[in-house]
Ligand binder design. Sequence first.
Ligand code: NA7
Length: 556
Amino acid sequence: MVKSTTTTTNAVDASPQGTAGVTTSDYDAIIVGAGFAGIYSLYKLRQLGLRTRVLEAGPSVGGTWFWNRYPGARCDVQSFDYSYSFSEELQQEWKWSERYATQPEILRYIQHVVDRFDLRDGIQLDTRVVSAVFDDEASKWTVTTEAGEVVSARFVIMATGCLSVTKAPTFPGLDSFDGPWYHTGHWPEEGVDFTELRVGLVGTGSTGIQIAPRIADQASELLVFQRTPNFSLPAQNRPVDDEFDRDIKATYAERRRAARKTPRGYPTPPFLRECSALDLPEDERSQVYEQSWNYGGPTFTGAFEDLLTNKEANDTAAEFVREKIRLMVNDPVTAEALSPTDHPIGTRRPCVDTEYYQTYNRENVRLVDLREGAIEAVTPTGLSTTEGDFELDALVFAIGFDAMTGALLNIDIRGVEDAPLKEKWADGPATYLGITVADFPNLFTITGPGSPSVLANMVVSIEQHVEWLTELLRYATENDVVRIAAREEAQKDWVQQVADRAEATLVPLARSWWSGANIPGKPRVFMPFLGGIAAYGEILEEVANNGYSGFELSTS
Ligand code: NA7
């Protein structure tokens, strides 16, 4: 165990190894964030014997799954796979009620995990970290909170989430609006009643597509303001019956092992083809798409192996979905407006829905195509576009996140020679393996830019990182290593590899939050590692087997 050096009286040492009543501001590790990543990091680092504390800005654990409690919020990965695999007992005990779990159920699961593994006393809520500064001489970090609390630690683990900083609505006149307005990423805990209200929903990404049918259930009128249509795939959600539950659990460990050998971190159905979409005659190809569509969820975009690399192949999948939209939406003008034609399918995050397109067949729902007239301002009585004014009683903004880098750059992180991360990343994020940053020793970014993260099952991405990091810290503590620093050269090569992998696909053809294009002024860099969970896992293993190649490990 890395030894702590100072003790003061402004923070409680809540680790199992701590002596009751002793207070200290010095830890072996500080974890920022108590979502899936922070909770698992705490569990693993405690097992390692590190004195660890989690600092969480929110009033509850759960991270993304605490904040995004808008109606209709649910996971796009099947619940059996979007859950921790580290404990066979946990995965056998917990029973998911639906194939795709809702936000409240996922939050209950996270809270259950925290209690079941006695982690609550290591998590300090309502504590927003504002800065982390590296002390070059001591090879330690000083972390300061909004309330002025100062703690130090050898290691800092940023478990701050990829989608935790919302994009703020900056429409002129918002303050003048007479009614209430909401951002889906900060939904009121008590919920919202839209009964008899005319509601304007801005945004048709995954969130807008999930919330629209639920608002339509209540509101007298729902106007959906769409700037860019997205491809949405049906979840084909259903309750989990006892037999299905038993079947999965009978081979759960095997399922988890298999998931790590896939690109996306969840098992794929057998009908997906390891060939080009163009290798099959049209009727056979359509059958594969039909099977994938009926199976449900995001697997559709993996129906053939070249959908993300061959535009002609991709066109066949995109057209299949556009045809489905035409069949589902009664009004042909609305169907056309909902059909994406400006980007290949899969080059923006595919949405997964339940009855999204059918919602437009309701009498109280209307699509407003912002390509015909952009939003100019919010007025006291609604929204004004270049094409006209819309009278509304409430506004909902589902306009997304400052993804992947937002939460890290919101904290004043300073590394060697007091250099701010903000400056180092002025042209876009640069990491080694997506988990470390050159010149920021002993700092780790769980599912950071440059790792598979948001392109895969997030829980698997998190487990992959946390487990690898735990072994690195075990190695460090057993070998008296006090400083773990990524080498600049290794980082340069990794950044190049991440960029090359993206360039080799169709993703540069789309404007997306994956490349920072949704935030004005944000550098355009494709942030996640496109090689997939399995290939990435092999790289991590190789780095470890080579004595942590690409790192400088110092004992003093
Ligand atoms: P997204 O996917 O970033 O979607 C945001 C939506 O909001 C998208 O349709 C945007 O249109 C729209 N938007 C953003 N700003 C504006 C303005 N100024 N005017 C009109 N429309 C606007 O965020 P989500 O929350 O839906 O999903 C994020 C991830 O969370 C998701 O991918 C899952 O991983 C979970 P645009 O496309 O930019 O034209």
